[in-house]
Design a protein around this ligand. Sequence first.
Ligand code: 5GP
Ligand code: ZN
Length: 114
Amino acid sequence: MDDCLFCKIAAGDVPSNKVYEDEYVYSFLDIDPKAPTHIIFIPKQHIGSANELDDNNAEIIGKIFTAISKVAKEKGFDKAGYRIVNNCGEDGGQTVGHLHFHVLAGRSLQWPPG
Ligand code: 5GP
Ligand code: ZN
């Protein structure tokens, strides 16, 4: 998508602090962190939200969660624990229209969230 911020970040056209990259997944630090560690994981392919997942593209979710597991171990926040968040749509709090998962770590997190 030409006008998508996260597509531009994945392509390197908008700078980001890269955490992880493979053929399918790109990961970078959130610009406005909500926890001491706040990393965003996205598919390189443009998918607008979780609502756009179907049998043809859902394999990407396994690739993203595998990348999260790898990064958690590399960074060492696997032991204390962390939260994976997907905001979907307006009521879900989604502000960027490219599927992404937030990984929050480094502090004890409230449940349920607001
Ligand atoms: P959402 O609210 O859609 O679930 O999450 C979007 C996230 O993207 C927010 O946490 C916001 O801080 C982050 N974000 C927005 N613009 C940029 C940017 O240009 N660079 C980076 N690294 N993060 C961004
Ligand atoms: Zn996109």
